[in-house]
Design a protein around this ligand. Structure first.
Ligand SMILES: NC(=O)c1ccc[n+]([C@@H]2O[C@H](COP(=O)([O-])OP(=O)(O)OC[C@H]3O[C@@H](n4cnc5c(N)ncnc54)[C@H](OP(=O)(O)O)[C@@H]3O)[C@@H](O)[C@H]2O)c1
Length: 362
């Protein structure tokens, strides 16, 4: 007798085959999320939106069994919170006798995957490093949208993940949902990255465009805030810190250079006057905040600074929340453009990492 089989695509973790007519068992993953701000909420919304595709194409269900933030405390619900209710009515109040720290919380949530979406602490990366460390120690995968742990503890967390047979992933830390870290080495094995150059901060892009159009710096900042790009305190973007953290993360992970944030030569856009920006435009040039890293005989050179670009440079054409990165590889050059990304793209980066950690082949 010939037994027909349904074979599954290579997207799956293993070459599983089931007799025709039999459904694959559904695997349920428990997720624990730190941070319920813009990214955390967009991630919960994506869990609702992607539920059907997870079941249909991956035989996966996931439930949010842990939710934590500074104000919420450590909330755990082993049967899973109702995501729609979390978004509509807000999270429940903590119960007496509930978890008091990250370790108790991970245990109470029976977490398989921790998702870190708390605020960046660029000086130390804490307490996000501690959250991710505790997750890996507890046998969960660790996924971060927070750049701090990548810049301050990449090797430590990567090594711990390897030791525990788990994954430490952070795709959404640079260019949101765009696969940057995932490209190397899997899609591009054995290439050498000699350097990169790009625009990786939307706020400064919007501010510079608005200054070209005639607004002064403060009004351009307000415009960026009104359209939801800039934070209430835009200093990290305007002074180049956000871009510098991304440069450091790329250099550390993809170029194997253990640099610190202080080693990125950083100048923001605060000192640029509207007159300078408009004079450049009149000359057919455009100011953009450019991120760079290159290997030199003296070591890695990394910088973030405003540069005047000719309009023939593709980076000069980027506006708003579009960002781009060009890698100089030993074998060719590769440019990646992410068009008009927002918080949903960041949430998608977390979501894709969850799938990569649990379901997809690495
Ligand atoms: N927004 C984006 O598009 C984007 C893109 C890439 C990466 N990221 C990164 O994603 C993370 C979240 O960004 P966001 O835009 O969602 O920020 P957000 O709206 O300001 O939300 C931050 C969340 O983190 C929580 N939090 C802050 N400090 C905490 C702590 N010590 N312990 C536990 N929770 C803490 C806050 O809790 P409370 O409200 O209770 O204080 C809040 O729920 C940041 O690291 C950011 O750099 C964001």
């Amino acid at each position: 007798m010939v037994v027909a089989v349904v074979s599954f695509s290579l997207r799956r973790a293993g070459p599983v085959q089931f007799p025709l007519g039999k459904e694959a068992p559904i695997r349920t993953w428990n997720l624990a999320l730190v941070g319920f701000g813009n990214v955390g909420k967009a991630f919960v919304r994506l869990l609702i939106d992607k539920r059907a595709v997870l079941r249909r194409d991956y035989d996966v269900e996931c439930r949010l069994t842990g939710l934590a933030s500074r104000r919420l405390g450590w909330l755990a619900e082993p049967e899973g919170f109702d995501p729609a209710a979390l978004l509509e009515a807000g999270p429940p109040a903590p119960v007496a006798g509930g978890p008091q720290n990250v370790r108790e919380w991970l245990a109470a949530a029976r977490a398989d995957v921790l998702l870190e979406a708390s605020s960046l602490n660029r000086r130390t990366g804490q307490p996000a490093i501690e959250h991710l460390h505790a997750a890996l120690e507890a046998g969960a995968h660790a996924v971060s949208a927070n750049k701090g742990p990548v810049v301050h503890a990449y090797r430590e967390l990567r090594n711990l993940a390897r030791e525990k047979g788990r994954r430490f992933l952070f795709e959404s830390t640079v260019m949101d949902g765009t696969p940057i870290f995932s490209l190397f080495p899997h899609a591009l094995p054995a290439v050498e990255i000699r350097g990169f150059r790009g625009i990786m901060n939307s706020t400064t892009n919007v501010i510079l465009t608005e200054m070209e159009r005639g607004l002064d710096f403060d009004r351009a900042v307000r415009k960026a805030q009104e359209i939801g790009v800039a934070e209430t305190d835009p200093s990290d973007d305007v002074d180049g810190w956000d871009a510098a953290v991304k440069v450091a993360a790329l250099a550390i992970v993809l170029m194997g250079e253990p640099i610190t944030l202080d080693q990125v030569d950083r100048t923001g856009i605060r000192s640029l006057s509207p007159e300078e920006v408009r004079a450049a435009r009149a000359e057919g040039l455009r100011y953009r905040l450019i991120c760079r890293a290159e290997r030199t005989p003296q070591g890695l050179r990394a910088s973030v600074r405003p540069e005047k670009l000719p309009l023939s440079d593709p980076l000069a054409l980027l506006e708003g929340t579009t960002s781009a990165l060009r890698f100089d590889l030993d074998v060719f050059g590769l440019s990646i453009i992410e068009h008009k990304a927002g918080v949903v793209a960041t949430a998608y980066g977390l979501f894709a990492d969850f799938l990569r950690a649990t379901t997809l082949r690495s």
